[in-house]
Design a protein around this ligand. Structure first.
Ligand code: KG4
Ligand code: ZN
Length: 344
C-alpha cells in the first residue's frame, strides 16, 4: 500500500464551512497547504450556506490541483485521501466528501474520514519543512476555540480525545463576531476586534460574566449585555461607538479572554495536566496568546500556541490527522456520509 519511495503521502481536504483547502502531508510533515477563502460572505455579515457550497464546488478542483503540484508529488505518490466528515455545514461537507470518495475510488487508495474538531487539536503535532517542532506530551489539555466551537479537550494519545467542558450556547468566536457586528464591523469581526483592542483600554467598560457550573462555557449572555449597553449608550450619545471603538473592543476582548482562561485554569488544576495548548480560529487572538503565556509562567505549565496559518480552518490539520489514522489503518469505506453534528 505504501508507495515505491516508502514515504507516506496523504492528501487532506477541508470544506466544512467557508474555506476550501487541500494539503499534502508526507511522513507527518506539511509540504503544501492551499486555501481558497470565500470572500462572498463578507457582504452578508456571516456565512451563507448555499453560497458556501457553490463556492466549494468551484474551488475544489483547482485547490487540490495546486496542492499536489506545489508539493511536487504525483497522483501515484498519494497513499490515502483524508477529508472532513463533520461537524460543519452539510452542503459544504458534501462537496469535500464526494470529491474525496471519487478521488479514492479512481486511484484505488484508502479513504480516511476526519473529525474537524480533533483535527484542530492535532495542529500541535504538525511538522513542516522549515522546522521540527517540540510536540506536547500526553496527557495534553487543549482549549479549542473557533467560530462554531468552544471546548476543553483532553488528549491521551494522537487519536484518543475526550471533551471535559464546552459551551452551552454560543462559541467564543461567535461572541467576537456578533459583538463586532453590533459595532458595525464586517464579518468575521474577531480579527478586527483584536486589532482595535491593541490601542484601547481593556478596563474602560465592564460586562457581566456568565455563571455556568463545572467546566462549561456560555457566551450568549455577554452578547446580549453588550447589545443593550451599546443601545443605551447610543441613545445618550449617537457618536459613542465611533468615539469609543478601541476601548469597546479592548474591554470586550478582555472579558472573553477572562471567561476562557477561568475555566481553562480550573480544568488544568482539576486534571493536574501541565501540558496545555490552544487551537481554532480564536487561538490567533493576541490577547489570548499573551494571557496563556503569562499564566504558564505563574503556574509552571508548558504551553503550545499554533502557527497563525494553522489556527483557522485548513487542510494541513485534516491531512495530519489522516496521517495518524493511516498509521493505525483506520480507513472508511465508500458508504461513509458527512455529519453536520459530530462530537469530539
Ligand atoms: O476555526 P475557524 O477558522 O472556523 C471555525 O471552525 O469556526 O474560526 C473562525 C473564528 C471566527 O469567529 C473569527 O472571528 C475568529 O475565529 N478569529 C478571531 C481571530 N482570528 C480569527 N477571533 C479573535 N481574534 C482573532 N485574532
Ligand atoms: Zn474550524
Amino acid at each position: 500500500m505504501i508507495n515505491s519511495t516508502n514515504r507516506i503521502t496523504i492528501l487532506g481536504i477541508e470544506s466544512s464551512c467557508d474555506d476550501t483547502s487541500a494539503a499534502i502531508v508526507r511522513d507527518g510533515c506539511v509540504v503544501s497547504n492551499i486555501m481558497a477563502t470565500q470572500e462572498i460572505h463578507r457582504k452578508y455579515g456571516g456565512v451563507v450556506p448555499e453560497l458556501a457550497s457553490r463556492a466549494h464546488q468551484q474551488n475544489i478542483i483547482p485547490v487540490v490541483d495546486q496542492a499536489i503540484k506545489s508539493a511536487g508529488v504525483t497522483l501515484g505518490d498519494i497513499d490515502a485521501v483524508a477529508f472532513t466528515r463533520g461537524p460543519g455545514l452539510m452542503g459544504s461537507l458534501l462537496v469535500g466528501s464526494s470529491f474525496a470518495k471519487g478521488f479514492a475510488l479512481s486511484l484505488q487508495i484508502p479513504l480516511i474520514e476526519v473529525n474537524h474538531l480533533r483535527a484542530h487539536v492535532l495542529v500541535h503535532f504538525i511538522n513542516d519543512l522549515h522546522r521540527n517542532l517540540n510536540f506536547p506530551e500526553f496527557p495534553f489539555l487543549c482549549l479549542l476555540v473557533s467560530g462554531g466551537h468552544t471546548q476543553l479537550v483532553v488528549m491521551n494519545d494522537f487519536l484518543e480525545m475526550e471533551t471535559i467542558g464546552q459551551t452551552i450556547d454560543d462559541a467564543a468566536g461567535e461572541a467576537f463576531d456578533k459583538c463586532a457586528k453590533i459595532l458595525g464591523l464586517p464579518y468575521p469581526g474577531g480579527p478586527l476586534i483584536d486589532k482595535l483592542a491593541q490601542s484601547g483600554d481593556p478596563h474602560a467598560f465592564s460586562f457581566s460574566k456568565p455563571k455556568v457550573p463545572g467546566l462549561n462555557y456560555s457566551f450568549s449572555g455577554l452578547k446580549t449585555s453588550f447589545l443593550y449597553f451599546i443601545r443605551d449608550a447610543l441613545k445618550e450619545n449617537p457618536s459613542f461607538v465611533s468615539r469609543q471603538k478601541n476601548n469597546l473592543a479592548a474591554s470586550l476582548q478582555r472579558i472573553i479572554i477572562e471567561i476562557l482562561m477561568q475555566k481553562f485554569i480550573r480544568a488544568a488544576s482539576e486534571t493536574g495536566i501541565t501540558q496545555l495548548g490552544i487551537a481554532g480560529g480564536v487561538s490567533a487572538n493576541s490577547g489570548l496568546r499573551k494571557a496563556l503565556k503569562e499564566e504558564a509562567k505563574k503556574r509552571g505549565w508548558t504551553v503550545y500556541v499554533p502557527d497563525f496559518r494553522y489556527t483557522t480552518d485548513n487542510a494541513a490539520m485534516i491531512a495530519i490527522t489522516g496521517y495518524y489514522k493511516f498509521l493505525k489503518k483506520q480507513f472508511s469505506d465508500q458508504s461513509v456520509t458527512p455529519e453536520a453534528r459530530l462530537p469530539v
